[in-house]
Write a protein that binds this ligand. Sequence first.
Ligand code: FAD
Length: 175
Amino acid sequence: MGRDHEVTVIDRSKQAYLCGSFPLLIVGERESNKVRRSLGSLTRRGVRHLEAEVESVDTSSHTVTTSAGKQEYDYLVLASGAVYDWDAVPGARNAYSFYNIDTARRLRRKLASFRNGRVIIAVASLPYKCPPAPFETSLVLDWAFTRSGVRRDVEIHVFTPEPMPPGSGRAPGGR
Ligand SMILES: Cc1cc2nc3c(=O)[nH]c(=O)nc-3n(C[C@H](O)[C@H](O)[C@H](O)COP(=O)(O)OP(=O)(O)OC[C@H]3O[C@@H](n4cnc5c(N)ncnc54)[C@H](O)[C@@H]3O)c2cc1C
């Protein structure tokens, strides 16, 4: 777009994380500081980052109300993502996860000393963010436990309400 356009990203967070790297981060193959980018660095591309909470949107007056004041717009793109409901499954808060940076770091610390036992990757309900991630992560764990020489002492199970991993079945048309 030409110079007469201004682009502003409003996000409560200072950082954006590349979630696709979390399966590798938990086995020590990626570092936290390599899988994040400062949203402030968008200014190098002429994009302003406003660190604020979006409180409401008024499409008739073209206004976004934020914790840092009102912002008027000509075009609005809403991309607020999905928020995890950690209380939907009783006890889930105490389980390990790799679905955000904090839980992935905690799981990484646990896996660093994990030598034997049963790992269950459990999908609680559909839909969920990134359908391939549980299956991909089971394969990453298989690889990591093989590399560290403990694979024979570890069981890996994936439980899901889906009949099969995404992309592995026949399309409805039979192809
Ligand atoms: C483990 C895992 C692995 C994945 N692997 C891949 C992969 O390999 N390839 C791939 O393409 N995708 C992958 N994904 C999916 C990918 O991360 C998501 O599809 C993507 O992050 C969705 O982007 P989004 O911008 O819609 O939402 P989000 O990334 O959730 O971003 C939403 C943003 O909105 C902000 N926000 C929300 N509400 C407000 C508010 N009221 N005020 C201010 N800010 C707000 C949040 O702070 C957040 O920064 C993976 C996801 C996971 C969890």
